[in-house]
Design a binder for this molecule. Structure first.
Ligand code: GTP
Ligand code: MG
Length: 370
């Protein structure tokens, strides 16, 4: 069977459904008792609850990932992961650049370094924030669909000279679907035509009630062009993050989500991974989607080699045997054999699915030909 309902899975493990649902939610999957989850997800659930998986019927995948459930005393605060969304041309890229520039400590040799799709900044008050380069709404949705919820906070950029537009509304619904808080960055405040009040009243129509109107959504007026208000935005994010009390256990085998991946001419397959729990280290063996590998090198957002990456840290991972997809989950496992078996198994399942889809199409074609 390719899928199992949450209820059935809990039953078979003799665990409480509520606990399984909670674990899934923590991993960004919203599923109720009667909803089905796929075999790979089910496997992770089973491992998380400390059971040994033997998928003899599916394949000879037999492995144990880290079975430890984090205890409260093992958890420590982690930086928030922030995604910037908004309507076309409202200034998402400019804002990301402004935040980054405001935080480039020195323009020493190399200056602003290569771009890895995510970066961290430190606010004046010392809070560390992780920003994801706006992946575009389609990518955001597909990553979520694959169960990789990587955002804790959405910054909604709305241009003060244009107010709420279709993609603003879309972004609002993405933030809602992901169940993450939103901060509204009212951008382009330097412009003569800027009308921040219109932004606030427009938002009311979509049930986004900002603080100035008695709600709880923070807004920050800023200009990505002049840099005005950027610091205020960073502190607003830090404040929001404090409320969320985000935590992770740095002392366990890592898992994380692929933000982007490419085949680099010089370095081979490279995946930018956002570590979500545990610490990823050089030498770790991992499986990620249908690929696997052993961490040959880790490169941080400054383009520097590092030996490890803690929770909420984005890093480039080298040492993969293939190029994974954005949204794939990376799991550290104990042996190369386990990693290879899981990757092979997943590749086989995907291939079977493609074949099945192909057959259906052929049948449909023949039916139509009759
Ligand atoms: P897409 O990626 O195409 O959706 O656009 P975007 O949201 O990333 O907007 P981008 O940062 O590319 O900015 C769009 C235009 O607005 C550019 O010409 C920017 O220079 C301009 N712009 C961005 N922020 C500001 C601002 O604060 N003030 C002014 N005056 N112009 C801005
Ligand atoms: Mg852009």
């Amino acid at each position: 069977p390719e899928a199992i309902t949450v209820g059935e899975l809990a039953n078979r493990m003799a665990e409480r459904v509520a606990d399984v649902v909670k674990f899934l939610m923590r991993n960004g999957i919203m599923a109720t008792t009667n909803q089905s989850i796929d075999a790979d997800t089910a496997q992770l659930v089973v491992e998380e609850f400390g059971h040994r998986v033997v998928r003899v019927s599916d394949a000879d995948v037999e492995q144990v990932i880290d079975t430890v459930v984090d205890k409260a005393e093992d958890l420590s605060p982690r930086p928030p992961i922030v995604t910037i969304m908004g309507h076309v041309d409202h200034g998402k890229t400019s804002l990301l650049d402004a935040i980054r520039k405001a935080n480039v400590v020195s323009a020493e040799a190399g200056g602003i370094t290569q771009h890895i799709g995510a970066y961290q900044v430190t606010t004046d008050s010392g809070a560390v924030l992780t920003f994801l380069d706006t992946p575009g709404h389609a990518a955001f949705t597909s990553m979520r669909a694959r169960g990789a919820q990587v955002t804790d906070i959405v910054v909604l950029v709305v241009a003060a000279d244009d107010a709420v537009k279709p993609q603003t509304v879309e972004a609002i619904s993405h933030a809602r679907a992901a169940n993450v808080p939103m901060i509204v960055a009212i951008n382009k405040i330097d412009k003569y035509e800027a009308n921040p009040q219109k932004v606030r009243t427009d938002l009311l129509q979509y049930e986004v009630v900002v603080e100035e109107m008695g709600g709880d959504v923070q807004t920050v007026e800023l200009s990505a062009k002049t840099g005005q208000g950027i610091d205020t935005l960073l502190e607003a994010i830090a404040l929001q993050a404090e409320i969320l009390e985000l935590q992770a256990n740095p002392n366990r085998a890592a898992h994380g989500a692929v933000i982007e991946a490419k085949l680099d001419v010089g370095r081979g397959p490279v995946a930018t991974v956002l570590v979500q729990n545990g610490t990823l280290r050089q030498g770790d063996i991992f499986v990620v989607g249908q690929t696997w590998g052993k961490v040959r090198a880790l490169v941080n957002d400054q383009g520097e080699r590092v030996t490890e990456a803690a929770p909420s840290v984005p890093v480039e991972v080298l040492g993969l045997n293939g190029t994974p997809s954005a949204g794939d989950v990376l799991n550290v496992v104990e042996t190369e054999q386990q990693a290879r078996e899981i990757a092979d198994y997943r590749a086989q399942v995907a291939k079977d699915k493609r074949t099945a889809a192909g057959t259906a199409t052929l049948e449909q074609l023949m039916a139509r030909a009759k």
